[in-house]
Design a protein around this ligand. Structure first.
Ligand SMILES: [Ca+2]
Length: 374
Protein backbone atom coordinates (compact mmCIF):
# COMPACT_ATOMS: atom_id res chain seq x y z
CA UNK A 1 0.00 0.00 0.00
CA UNK A 2 1.12 3.49 -0.86
CA UNK A 3 1.55 4.79 2.65
CA UNK A 4 3.56 1.79 3.71
CA UNK A 5 6.33 3.07 1.45
CA UNK A 6 6.39 6.32 3.34
CA UNK A 7 6.37 4.56 6.61
CA UNK A 8 10.03 3.68 6.80
CA UNK A 9 11.44 7.15 6.56
CA UNK A 10 8.59 9.44 7.49
CA UNK A 11 7.91 8.02 10.90
CA UNK A 12 11.43 8.66 12.25
CA UNK A 13 11.43 12.13 10.68
CA UNK A 14 8.04 12.98 12.09
CA UNK A 15 9.09 11.63 15.46
CA UNK A 16 11.96 14.11 15.59
CA UNK A 17 9.83 17.02 14.47
CA UNK A 18 7.18 15.99 16.94
CA UNK A 19 9.62 16.08 19.80
CA UNK A 20 11.07 19.44 18.84
CA UNK A 21 8.14 21.50 17.63
CA UNK A 22 4.79 19.93 18.14
CA UNK A 23 2.85 19.04 21.15
CA UNK A 24 1.96 15.46 20.48
CA UNK A 25 0.31 14.09 23.55
CA UNK A 26 -3.20 13.50 22.30
CA UNK A 27 -6.43 15.39 21.78
CA UNK A 28 -6.41 18.54 19.67
CA UNK A 29 -2.96 19.97 20.26
CA UNK A 30 -1.46 23.26 19.31
CA UNK A 31 1.30 25.54 20.41
CA UNK A 32 1.31 25.96 24.13
CA UNK A 33 0.05 29.55 23.95
CA UNK A 34 -3.23 28.49 22.43
CA UNK A 35 -6.00 27.11 24.63
CA UNK A 36 -6.94 23.49 24.28
CA UNK A 37 -10.49 23.18 23.12
CA UNK A 38 -12.58 20.84 21.06
CA UNK A 39 -13.96 23.94 19.40
CA UNK A 40 -10.54 24.47 17.86
CA UNK A 41 -10.62 21.14 16.04
CA UNK A 42 -9.92 21.86 12.41
CA UNK A 43 -10.85 18.52 11.00
CA UNK A 44 -13.76 16.17 11.29
CA UNK A 45 -14.00 12.57 10.34
CA UNK A 46 -17.04 10.66 9.16
CA UNK A 47 -17.32 6.95 8.53
CA UNK A 48 -18.83 6.04 5.17
CA UNK A 49 -18.74 2.27 5.47
CA UNK A 50 -20.44 0.12 8.06
CA UNK A 51 -18.57 -0.26 11.33
CA UNK A 52 -19.61 -3.93 11.33
CA UNK A 53 -17.02 -5.40 9.01
CA UNK A 54 -15.53 -8.65 7.81
CA UNK A 55 -11.89 -9.24 6.92
CA UNK A 56 -12.75 -8.82 3.23
CA UNK A 57 -14.20 -5.35 3.77
CA UNK A 58 -12.56 -1.97 4.08
CA UNK A 59 -13.21 0.67 6.68
CA UNK A 60 -13.95 3.80 4.68
CA UNK A 61 -13.87 7.27 6.16
CA UNK A 62 -13.71 10.87 5.02
CA UNK A 63 -11.72 13.78 6.41
CA UNK A 64 -13.16 17.24 6.16
CA UNK A 65 -11.71 20.59 7.01
CA UNK A 66 -13.87 22.68 9.25
CA UNK A 67 -13.71 25.70 6.99
CA UNK A 68 -10.24 27.18 7.11
CA UNK A 69 -8.91 27.63 3.57
CA UNK A 70 -5.30 28.15 4.69
CA UNK A 71 -5.11 24.76 6.34
CA UNK A 72 -2.78 22.24 4.76
CA UNK A 73 -2.66 18.55 5.49
CA UNK A 74 0.90 17.27 5.80
CA UNK A 75 0.28 13.66 6.61
CA UNK A 76 -2.13 11.29 8.22
CA UNK A 77 -0.99 8.48 10.38
CA UNK A 78 -3.33 5.52 10.74
CA UNK A 79 -1.98 3.47 13.61
CA UNK A 80 1.56 2.86 12.40
CA UNK A 81 1.02 3.76 8.75
CA UNK A 82 1.34 7.14 7.09
CA UNK A 83 -0.59 8.80 4.34
CA UNK A 84 0.96 11.92 2.97
CA UNK A 85 -0.18 15.14 1.36
CA UNK A 86 -3.79 14.24 0.84
CA UNK A 87 -6.19 16.76 -0.61
CA UNK A 88 -9.07 17.78 1.61
CA UNK A 89 -12.27 15.83 1.54
CA UNK A 90 -10.11 12.80 1.11
CA UNK A 91 -11.82 9.45 1.28
CA UNK A 92 -9.65 6.76 2.79
CA UNK A 93 -10.25 3.02 2.69
CA UNK A 94 -8.37 0.79 5.12
CA UNK A 95 -8.48 -2.90 4.15
CA UNK A 96 -9.38 -5.09 7.10
CA UNK A 97 -7.57 -8.25 6.03
CA UNK A 98 -4.61 -7.80 8.35
CA UNK A 99 -6.48 -6.75 11.49
CA UNK A 100 -7.24 -9.05 14.41
CA UNK A 101 -10.94 -9.79 14.85
CA UNK A 102 -13.26 -8.36 17.46
CA UNK A 103 -13.84 -4.90 18.85
CA UNK A 104 -11.13 -2.63 17.49
CA UNK A 105 -10.07 0.95 17.83
CA UNK A 106 -8.10 2.64 15.06
CA UNK A 107 -6.01 5.66 16.04
CA UNK A 108 -5.78 8.36 13.38
CA UNK A 109 -3.38 11.25 13.76
CA UNK A 110 -3.50 14.18 11.35
CA UNK A 111 -0.50 16.46 10.93
CA UNK A 112 -1.62 19.90 9.75
CA UNK A 113 -0.13 23.28 8.89
CA UNK A 114 -1.92 26.59 9.05
CA UNK A 115 0.25 29.59 8.23
CA UNK A 116 3.26 29.09 10.49
CA UNK A 117 1.35 26.96 12.96
CA UNK A 118 1.79 23.24 13.01
CA UNK A 119 -0.93 21.16 14.56
CA UNK A 120 -1.58 17.55 15.39
CA UNK A 121 -5.13 16.29 15.73
CA UNK A 122 -6.10 12.87 16.94
CA UNK A 123 -9.19 10.93 16.01
CA UNK A 124 -10.17 7.40 16.81
CA UNK A 125 -12.53 5.06 15.03
CA UNK A 126 -14.17 2.12 16.67
CA UNK A 127 -15.37 -0.80 14.61
CA UNK A 128 -16.15 -4.44 14.92
CA UNK A 129 -14.45 -7.09 12.83
CA UNK A 130 -15.51 -10.67 12.17
CA UNK A 131 -14.36 -13.43 9.82
CA UNK A 132 -15.30 -13.28 6.16
CA UNK A 133 -16.22 -16.96 5.87
CA UNK A 134 -17.95 -19.53 8.08
CA UNK A 135 -15.75 -22.05 9.90
CA UNK A 136 -15.14 -25.32 8.11
CA UNK A 137 -16.87 -28.32 9.64
CA UNK A 138 -14.48 -31.10 10.58
CA UNK A 139 -15.34 -34.72 11.24
CA UNK A 140 -13.75 -37.13 13.68
CA UNK A 141 -13.22 -40.87 13.78
CA UNK A 142 -12.54 -42.87 16.95
CA UNK A 143 -9.20 -44.66 16.71
CA UNK A 144 -9.16 -46.20 20.19
CA UNK A 145 -10.80 -45.96 23.59
CA UNK A 146 -8.98 -46.05 26.93
CA UNK A 147 -9.99 -45.91 30.58
CA UNK A 148 -10.24 -42.53 32.27
CA UNK A 149 -10.68 -41.91 35.99
CA UNK A 150 -14.40 -41.10 36.36
CA UNK A 151 -13.54 -39.04 39.45
CA UNK A 152 -11.23 -36.77 37.44
CA UNK A 153 -12.87 -33.43 36.72
CA UNK A 154 -10.71 -32.83 33.66
CA UNK A 155 -9.49 -29.30 33.12
CA UNK A 156 -6.25 -29.72 31.23
CA UNK A 157 -4.66 -32.40 29.10
CA UNK A 158 -1.48 -32.83 27.10
CA UNK A 159 0.71 -35.65 25.88
CA UNK A 160 4.46 -35.76 26.45
CA UNK A 161 6.74 -38.65 25.54
CA UNK A 162 3.92 -41.14 25.42
CA UNK A 163 2.27 -40.18 28.71
CA UNK A 164 -0.92 -38.23 29.26
CA UNK A 165 -0.64 -35.34 31.71
CA UNK A 166 -3.91 -34.27 33.25
CA UNK A 167 -4.93 -31.36 35.45
CA UNK A 168 -8.16 -31.76 37.40
CA UNK A 169 -10.48 -29.36 39.20
CA UNK A 170 -12.87 -29.11 42.15
CA UNK A 171 -11.58 -27.90 45.50
CA UNK A 172 -10.11 -30.77 47.44
CA UNK A 173 -9.81 -32.88 44.29
CA UNK A 174 -7.47 -30.79 42.15
CA UNK A 175 -4.49 -32.73 40.92
CA UNK A 176 -1.70 -32.80 38.39
CA UNK A 177 -1.13 -36.33 37.11
CA UNK A 178 1.14 -38.23 34.78
CA UNK A 179 -0.83 -41.17 33.41
CA UNK A 180 -0.05 -44.32 31.48
CA UNK A 181 -3.13 -44.08 29.28
CA UNK A 182 -2.84 -47.65 28.07
CA UNK A 183 -3.60 -48.92 31.58
CA UNK A 184 -5.03 -45.85 33.29
CA UNK A 185 -2.33 -46.13 35.96
CA UNK A 186 -1.14 -42.92 37.57
CA UNK A 187 2.64 -42.90 37.46
CA UNK A 188 3.08 -39.53 39.16
CA UNK A 189 0.72 -37.18 40.93
CA UNK A 190 0.70 -34.00 42.97
CA UNK A 191 -2.27 -32.47 44.76
CA UNK A 192 -3.19 -28.81 44.97
CA UNK A 193 -4.00 -27.27 48.32
CA UNK A 194 -7.73 -27.55 49.08
CA UNK A 195 -8.03 -23.78 48.67
CA UNK A 196 -7.46 -24.07 44.92
CA UNK A 197 -9.68 -25.18 42.05
CA UNK A 198 -7.31 -26.54 39.42
CA UNK A 199 -7.73 -25.65 35.76
CA UNK A 200 -5.77 -26.01 32.51
CA UNK A 201 -2.22 -27.31 32.13
CA UNK A 202 0.49 -27.05 29.50
CA UNK A 203 4.21 -27.58 29.27
CA UNK A 204 6.93 -25.32 27.95
CA UNK A 205 10.71 -25.61 28.28
CA UNK A 206 10.68 -28.48 30.79
CA UNK A 207 8.09 -26.81 33.00
CA UNK A 208 4.42 -27.53 33.53
CA UNK A 209 2.08 -24.61 34.12
CA UNK A 210 -1.22 -25.21 35.89
CA UNK A 211 -3.94 -22.59 36.24
CA UNK A 212 -6.49 -22.17 39.00
CA UNK A 213 -10.01 -20.95 38.35
CA UNK A 214 -10.57 -17.83 40.43
CA UNK A 215 -7.43 -17.46 42.54
CA UNK A 216 -5.51 -15.60 39.80
CA UNK A 217 -2.58 -17.78 40.64
CA UNK A 218 -0.96 -20.63 38.76
CA UNK A 219 1.59 -23.25 39.70
CA UNK A 220 4.83 -24.18 37.98
CA UNK A 221 6.30 -27.68 38.15
CA UNK A 222 9.30 -29.53 36.86
CA UNK A 223 8.05 -31.46 33.82
CA UNK A 224 10.15 -34.48 34.70
CA UNK A 225 9.30 -35.04 38.37
CA UNK A 226 6.36 -32.66 39.09
CA UNK A 227 8.42 -30.89 41.78
CA UNK A 228 7.05 -27.45 42.57
CA UNK A 229 9.05 -24.61 41.02
CA UNK A 230 6.93 -21.66 42.09
CA UNK A 231 3.83 -19.70 41.22
CA UNK A 232 2.73 -17.11 38.67
CA UNK A 233 -0.10 -14.62 38.67
CA UNK A 234 -2.63 -13.32 36.17
CA UNK A 235 -5.50 -10.88 36.42
CA UNK A 236 -8.39 -12.91 35.04
CA UNK A 237 -10.05 -16.19 35.80
CA UNK A 238 -7.96 -19.12 34.61
CA UNK A 239 -9.61 -21.71 32.35
CA UNK A 240 -7.40 -23.26 29.69
CA UNK A 241 -3.72 -22.89 28.81
CA UNK A 242 -1.43 -23.85 25.95
CA UNK A 243 1.74 -22.46 24.44
CA UNK A 244 2.27 -20.83 21.08
CA UNK A 245 5.55 -19.51 19.68
CA UNK A 246 7.13 -19.42 23.13
CA UNK A 247 4.20 -17.67 24.80
CA UNK A 248 1.77 -19.11 27.27
CA UNK A 249 -1.77 -18.68 25.97
CA UNK A 250 -4.61 -18.50 28.49
CA UNK A 251 -8.36 -18.68 28.12
CA UNK A 252 -10.52 -17.17 30.84
CA UNK A 253 -14.10 -18.11 30.04
CA UNK A 254 -14.63 -15.34 27.50
CA UNK A 255 -13.78 -15.10 23.78
CA UNK A 256 -10.34 -13.72 24.65
CA UNK A 257 -7.08 -15.63 24.45
CA UNK A 258 -4.22 -13.87 26.26
CA UNK A 259 -0.55 -14.34 25.41
CA UNK A 260 1.91 -14.17 28.30
CA UNK A 261 5.70 -14.10 28.32
CA UNK A 262 6.73 -17.09 30.46
CA UNK A 263 9.86 -15.46 31.89
CA UNK A 264 8.03 -12.65 33.70
CA UNK A 265 4.37 -13.38 33.01
CA UNK A 266 3.76 -10.06 31.29
CA UNK A 267 0.76 -10.13 28.96
CA UNK A 268 2.02 -9.20 25.50
CA UNK A 269 -1.18 -9.43 23.48
CA UNK A 270 -4.66 -10.80 23.38
CA UNK A 271 -6.99 -11.88 20.62
CA UNK A 272 -10.74 -12.25 20.43
CA UNK A 273 -12.09 -15.38 18.76
CA UNK A 274 -14.79 -14.80 16.16
CA UNK A 275 -16.59 -16.61 13.40
CA UNK A 276 -18.20 -14.83 10.45
CA UNK A 277 -21.19 -14.23 12.71
CA UNK A 278 -20.28 -13.84 16.33
CA UNK A 279 -17.74 -14.26 19.08
CA UNK A 280 -16.84 -17.72 20.34
CA UNK A 281 -16.88 -17.36 24.09
CA UNK A 282 -16.44 -19.64 27.09
CA UNK A 283 -13.21 -20.92 25.56
CA UNK A 284 -11.85 -23.60 27.82
CA UNK A 285 -9.17 -26.28 27.47
CA UNK A 286 -6.61 -25.51 24.74
CA UNK A 287 -4.10 -27.32 22.57
CA UNK A 288 -1.73 -25.97 19.94
CA UNK A 289 -1.42 -28.07 16.80
CA UNK A 290 0.50 -27.04 13.72
CA UNK A 291 0.26 -23.31 14.34
CA UNK A 292 -3.44 -23.42 15.22
CA UNK A 293 -5.10 -23.46 18.62
CA UNK A 294 -7.74 -26.07 19.31
CA UNK A 295 -10.20 -25.12 22.05
CA UNK A 296 -13.04 -26.75 23.92
CA UNK A 297 -15.98 -24.46 24.44
CA UNK A 298 -17.63 -24.81 27.83
CA UNK A 299 -21.18 -26.18 27.81
CA UNK A 300 -20.78 -27.46 24.26
CA UNK A 301 -19.22 -30.51 22.63
CA UNK A 302 -17.43 -28.37 20.09
CA UNK A 303 -13.73 -28.12 19.46
CA UNK A 304 -12.93 -24.83 17.75
CA UNK A 305 -9.89 -24.48 15.51
CA UNK A 306 -8.49 -20.98 15.87
CA UNK A 307 -5.95 -18.91 13.97
CA UNK A 308 -3.90 -17.42 16.84
CA UNK A 309 -2.72 -14.54 14.67
CA UNK A 310 -6.10 -12.90 14.20
CA UNK A 311 -8.59 -14.89 16.29
CA UNK A 312 -10.52 -16.34 13.38
CA UNK A 313 -12.38 -19.55 14.17
CA UNK A 314 -11.46 -21.32 10.94
CA UNK A 315 -12.95 -24.69 11.81
CA UNK A 316 -15.02 -26.63 14.30
CA UNK A 317 -15.48 -30.26 15.25
CA UNK A 318 -18.80 -31.31 16.70
CA UNK A 319 -18.02 -34.12 19.16
CA UNK A 320 -21.49 -34.36 20.69
CA UNK A 321 -21.90 -37.98 19.59
CA UNK A 322 -18.95 -38.96 21.79
CA UNK A 323 -20.92 -38.02 24.88
CA UNK A 324 -24.27 -39.20 23.54
CA UNK A 325 -23.18 -42.58 22.22
CA UNK A 326 -20.25 -43.56 24.37
CA UNK A 327 -20.54 -41.92 27.78
CA UNK A 328 -23.40 -43.23 29.85
CA UNK A 329 -22.26 -42.31 33.35
CA UNK A 330 -24.84 -39.96 34.87
CA UNK A 331 -22.24 -37.89 36.60
CA UNK A 332 -20.32 -37.05 33.43
CA UNK A 333 -20.31 -33.42 32.43
CA UNK A 334 -19.08 -31.62 29.33
CA UNK A 335 -16.21 -32.52 27.11
CA UNK A 336 -13.00 -30.84 28.23
CA UNK A 337 -9.50 -31.98 27.46
CA UNK A 338 -7.54 -32.07 24.22
CA UNK A 339 -4.08 -33.58 23.88
CA UNK A 340 -2.33 -33.98 20.54
CA UNK A 341 -0.02 -36.84 19.62
CA UNK A 342 2.14 -35.59 16.80
CA UNK A 343 3.75 -38.96 16.22
CA UNK A 344 0.37 -40.46 15.35
CA UNK A 345 -1.47 -37.31 14.28
CA UNK A 346 -4.25 -38.22 16.68
CA UNK A 347 -6.02 -36.37 19.46
CA UNK A 348 -6.78 -37.65 22.94
CA UNK A 349 -10.02 -36.18 24.22
CA UNK A 350 -12.10 -36.68 27.33
CA UNK A 351 -14.42 -34.76 29.62
CA UNK A 352 -15.26 -33.87 33.19
CA UNK A 353 -15.92 -37.08 35.11
CA UNK A 354 -15.85 -39.15 31.91
CA UNK A 355 -14.93 -42.82 32.37
CA UNK A 356 -13.29 -42.94 28.94
CA UNK A 357 -10.44 -41.31 27.09
CA UNK A 358 -10.86 -41.30 23.31
CA UNK A 359 -8.15 -41.27 20.73
CA UNK A 360 -9.56 -39.67 17.60
CA UNK A 361 -8.50 -38.46 14.20
CA UNK A 362 -9.87 -35.21 12.91
CA UNK A 363 -10.54 -34.61 9.23
CA UNK A 364 -11.62 -31.61 7.27
CA UNK A 365 -14.97 -32.21 5.59
CA UNK A 366 -16.24 -35.73 5.18
CA UNK A 367 -14.73 -38.76 6.84
CA UNK A 368 -12.30 -40.74 4.70
CA UNK A 369 -13.57 -44.13 3.62
CA UNK A 370 -10.79 -45.91 5.39
CA UNK A 371 -8.46 -44.90 8.16
CA UNK A 372 -4.80 -44.80 7.32
CA UNK A 373 -3.11 -47.38 9.57
CA UNK A 374 -0.47 -46.02 11.90
CA1 LIG B 1 -4.50 -29.37 26.04
Amino acid sequence: MMWKIWNSFLIPALGLICGAVWACTGGVKEKAALPRSKALARTSLSVLSSRELSTEDSLVFLFKSKGSSSLRIDSIRVDSDLLDGLPWEQQIAIPMDSFPLGSRQLGIRIFLSEDSLQIVENHSLSFHLRAAHPPLSYEYEIVDVYLHDPEAYTQGLFLYQGFIYEGTGQKGHSRLRKINYHTGDISMETALDDAYFGEGITYLDDKIYQLTWKSQKGFIYDLHNLDSLGIFEYETEGWGITHYQGYLVLSNGTEYLSFYRPEDFVKVKEIQVYTHEDKVDQLNELETVGGLIFANQYQTSLIWIINPENGEAIGKVDCSSLLQKHIHAQKSEVMNGIAYDETRNTFFVTGKWWPKLFEIKIYPGKKPRKLVPN
